[in-house]
Design a protein around this ligand. Structure first.
Ligand SMILES: *[C@@H]1O[C@H](CO)[C@@H](O)[C@H](O)[C@H]1NC(C)=O
Ligand SMILES: *[C@@H]1O[C@H](CO)[C@@H](O)[C@H](O)[C@H]1NC(C)=O
Length: 393
């Protein structure tokens, strides 16, 4: 009890500090925020709300999807016979002289082939069916119940696979383990493993780091690009944490459905794709906070947000969606390895220097702060009860 109180106040202070640093006109405003209860009244800017509800990448996504649904599939072995390549291609235009354009391509180690469905006669219909289904949901209206459907869509298949009962109760405690270098030297391994359900992100390495990051993995949460990169490697192909660890993945590009259908057939544990309506919810919330932060920081109209952010590539981080997913399936959520500290590595297990421009981490930290203190201030979540959230540093 003592520990959880202490750990609650430290991260809070840290988050407030982060937010203060983020807002350049900072300290006074932060004090106002703390001391003036009026500021806490729900105030949702209609312009920001309307811009954040709209997905600016939607029309190019539609073109990609319709091209992919008409594509043909070809497979051939590379010289030397070590790899098989699968290629989705399409001739653009009716003229046969037009060169075929490759729309997606993956390379599979032949050694792993026993796992894969060999025939394109099988693969192509599976590919089209799963992509078309996903595209249909992508367009469906966002139902407010989407958060409460996560038990059914994510927890249930995992529990059935684990041979446990089909209960609609959430997990008692969940840990979401991010990849920040702040984990190094943290000694959090034991605490992380003591959670009932441990979610790790984007195939982060565990071996050699157990003291700080733990060793239990109940769910690997990845974006589809991570699976795409993993498919081609013999040591990883489709199963980064071994056959028995379920994966939940969000589709960042529709062509990655090719990796999905190839990997899905070799998975013993579930390979789950996040519901596109859940993806949309996460996207709307992060756009909302990024716009709000931009407007607060600059005093400019939120309609000018796109001058500093490319709205077509802007995306929430995997960590953000993993936390949202945990809210849907857990009674309490602990977060480890999120955030930056000067001097700490970006990832605990790589030498990647810079973070990706397409995320707005500061805006995500603002969101976490509201999730902890004022979940009612978060648009698009109305009606959903956010479980207790604790950050560990
Ligand atoms: C993925 O695999 C599961 C389990 O084998 C199966 O039930 C499901 O239909 C597969 N999905 C697709 C789209 O192939
Ligand atoms: C930014 O978005 C506004 C509408 O919100 C639009 O009128 C404007 O042309 C866009 N500017 C850029 C640089 O894309």
């Amino acid at each position: 009890m003592k520990r959880s109180l202490r750990s609650l106040s430290l991260p809070l202070l840290f988050l407030i500090l982060l937010a203060c640093l983020a807002l350049r006109s900072a300290v006074t405003r932060c004090f106002n925020y703390q001391s003036n209860p009026e500021d806490r009244n729900i105030h949702i800017d209609a312009t920001i709300l309307s811009i954040s509800s709209h997905d600016p990448a939607d029309s190019s996504l539609q073109t990609d999807i319709s091209d992919l649904l008409k594509a043909s599939l070809e497979s051939f072995d590379t010289i030397g016979g070590k790899y098989r390549t699968l290629s989705l291609w399409r001739r653009i235009g009716s003229d046969d002289s037009v060169r075929p354009r490759s729309l997606a391509r993956i390379r599979l180690p032949i050694r792993a082939q026993a796992h894969y469905p060999p025939e394109r006669q099988v693969l192509l219909p599976l590919f089209r069916h799963s992509l078309a289904t996903w595209a249909r949901y992508h367009h469906a209206q966002l139902p407010y119940s989407i958060m409460s459907e996560l038990i059914q869509r994510i927890k249930r298949p995992i529990e059935i696979f684990n041979g446990r009962g089909d209960s609609s109760e959430p997990y008692g405690t969940c840990a979401v383990v991010g990849n920040s270098g702040i984990l190094l030297g943290s000694n959090h391994g034991g605490l992380i493993d003591s959670h009932e359900f441990v979610i790790r992100l984007n195939n982060a390495r565990v071996v050699g780091y157990e003291r700080d990051v733990g060793s239990k993995t109940s769910l690997s949460f990845v974006n589809s690009n991570i699976l795409h990169l993993c498919t081609r490697r013999v040591g990883c192909h489709c199963h980064p944490y071994g056959d028995n660890v379920p994966i939940a993945m969000y589709m960042c590009q529709p062509r990655h459905f090719l990796d999905y259908v190839v990997c899905n057939s070799s998975h013993k544990a579930p390979l789950l794709i996040t519901d596109p309506r859940f993806d949309n919810l996460c996207a709307q919330i992060t756009r909302y906070y990024s716009l709000k932060r931009f407007a607060d920081l600059t005093g400019l109209s939120p309609t000018r947000w796109n001058e500093t952010h490319d709205p077509t590539t802007f995306h929430y981080s995997s960590g953000f969606q993993a936390v949202m997913l945990a809210f849907g399936i857990c009674k309490r959520v602990s977060v480890f390895g999120f955030g930056k500290i000067k001097g700490a590595k970006h990832h605990y297990f790589t030498n990647q220097k810079a973070e990706l421009k397409l995320h707005d981490y500061e805006a995500e930290y603002m969101t976490y702060r509201d999730l902890i203190k004022h979940p009612e201030m978060i648009p698009f979540l109305s009606g959903f009860r956010v479980p207790p959230l604790v950050f560990y540093y």
